[in-house]
Design a protein around this ligand. Structure first.
Ligand code: GAL
Length: 416
């Protein structure tokens, strides 16, 4: 009897407890971080959120670069069912803020002193009409090469610093039966390679004229023709199975010695980290060839206007966690990026991350810091789409460089 009574009491107590939950903090999070390194990074945010009492509802949309996720987000908002929080970037934040869809984060920003800890370049991305409407979680650099040192050694090659040197090393690799360039044939990946070539051949001022200001003379210049010539050369260095390959599978080719180089942002470093590989020994990172500079990409989280005290509490908890100093180190070590906060001790990061932080400071100082077009920092989705369309069509056809620049001007002007 006592046992039964005890059981009844226990279940009643549990019932009581369930009837009066603590103030719930719930967040449904829409993101596209599904590769090894990305998943480990977003899991660290989920763990921090749940440890603080939050209930995390995961809504991953596979598809590197985020174009698939952006489509889902638009349909969700149009259906009147926005997610609590979404991984979002650049002008998209401004567009959603202008539509009145985003929560104002000024209160948590003041409590957490965001004005003091964010570099101006990030503050500009996450504020709209001087109000905080998103919170940045990292700084990624796009213009990196990820290199298998053993394959370079097989052809007695050094890390190339100009595109001419790259082409010469790639030809030697190819003659030795080694795939020079691991690449995934998807528009955002083609555009990622393209913008590193624009910076390397044209330099930061040309990059800004062409990919930020959309200047017609820059878009149709001899320099842009030279850029498409180099893209044609790079097309000759990829393997036959590149079409449609996911970016992280290309990274794995470098890891496994199936290819010598990958040109990709430093989220690729998150894949090496997830595989337990160390820079300097297992792989080498180096800025893409040509003019020095820093192509910046930064991920943020924005919070849509939603119903329910628990969701609003969940938004406030997430926003306060993301720029916390401990979380900034944990997340960015896993993601391959560097912290969005400007006061994090970088001694716990690897040599590639430390070089990224140093090169970022140098790029701010000499005005060679440029926003990524491929990763939705520089320009709105429509003109970005024009670049992706033309660059991908050129890469996958025998279109001449002269025709490519004419098409680029037409499509960019149509998209504005
Ligand atoms: C970028 C994003 C990165 C990384 C990459 C591959 O646009 O900013 O965080 O995930 O796509 O999916």
């Amino acid at each position: 009897m006592n046992m039964l009574k005890g059981t009844l009491f226990a279940s009643a107590a549990l019932g009581l407890a369930a009837a009066t939950p603590a103030a719930a903090q719930t967040a449904e999070v829409l993101h596209y971080w599904t590769s090894g390194g990305e998943a480990a990074a977003v899991a660290s945010l989920r763990e921090a959120f749940e440890a603080a009492g939050g209930t995390w509802i995961d809504s991953p949309i596979a598809g590197g670069g985020g174009d698939a996720q952006a489509t889902v987000l638009r349909s969700r908002v149009l259906a009147g069912d926005p997610p609590t929080a979404v991984q979002i970037k650049g002008p998209n934040i401004q567009d959603w803020a202008e539509a009145g869809s985003l929560a104002n984060l000024d209160e948590v920003a003041a409590q957490e002193h965001w004005d003091d800890i964010l570099p101006p370049l990030l503050r500009d991305i996450v504020t709209y009409e001087d109000h905080y409407v998103a919170v940045p979680v990292n700084i990624h650099r796009v213009n990196w090469m990820w290199i298998n040192p053993e394959l370079l050694a097989q052809v007695d090659a050094e890390v190339p610093t100009t595109w001419e040197e790259f082409n010469e090393v790639a030809t030697r690799l190819q003659d030795a039966g080694i795939t020079p360039l691991a690449h995934g044939g998807q528009p955002w990946q083609d555009a990622t390679v393209f913008e590193t070539v624009v910076l390397g051949i044209g330099g930061p001022d040309f990059y800004r004229a062409a990919l930020v200001d959309l200047d017609p003379d820059a878009l149709t210049s001899d320099t842009m023709i030279e850029v498409f010539d180099q893209m044609r050369t790079l097309r000759g260095f990829v393997d036959d199975n590149f079409p449609g390959r996911d970016w992280n599978l290309a990274t794995r080719m470098v890891m496994n010695g199936e290819a010598a180089f990958q040109i990709m942002g430093d989220w690729a470093k998150g894949e090496f980290a997830a595989a337990g590989l160390e820079p300097g020994t297992d792989y080498v990172c180096a800025p893409t060839p040509g003019a020095s500079g820093y192509i910046l990409n930064s991920d943020s989280f924005a919070f849509f206007n939603v119903e329910g005290e628990d969701r609003i509490a969940g938004q406030n908890l997430l926003a306060s966690l993301i720029l916390g100093p401990e979380f900034q180190e944990t997340f960015n070590l896993l993601k391959g990026s560097i912290p969005a906060r400007n006061d994090i001790d970088m001694s716990g990061f690897d040599a590639c991350a430390q070089q990224s932080a140093e090169d970022l400071a140098a790029a701010v100082a000499d005005d060679s810091l440029v926003p990524s077009m491929a990763h939705e920092i520089a320009i709105p989705r429509a003109p970005r789409g024009a670049f992706l369309d033309v660059v991908t069509e050129h890469f996958n056809s025998d279109m001449s460089s002269e025709e490519a620049v004419e098409r680029l001007l037409e499509e960019v002007e149509l998209a504005q």
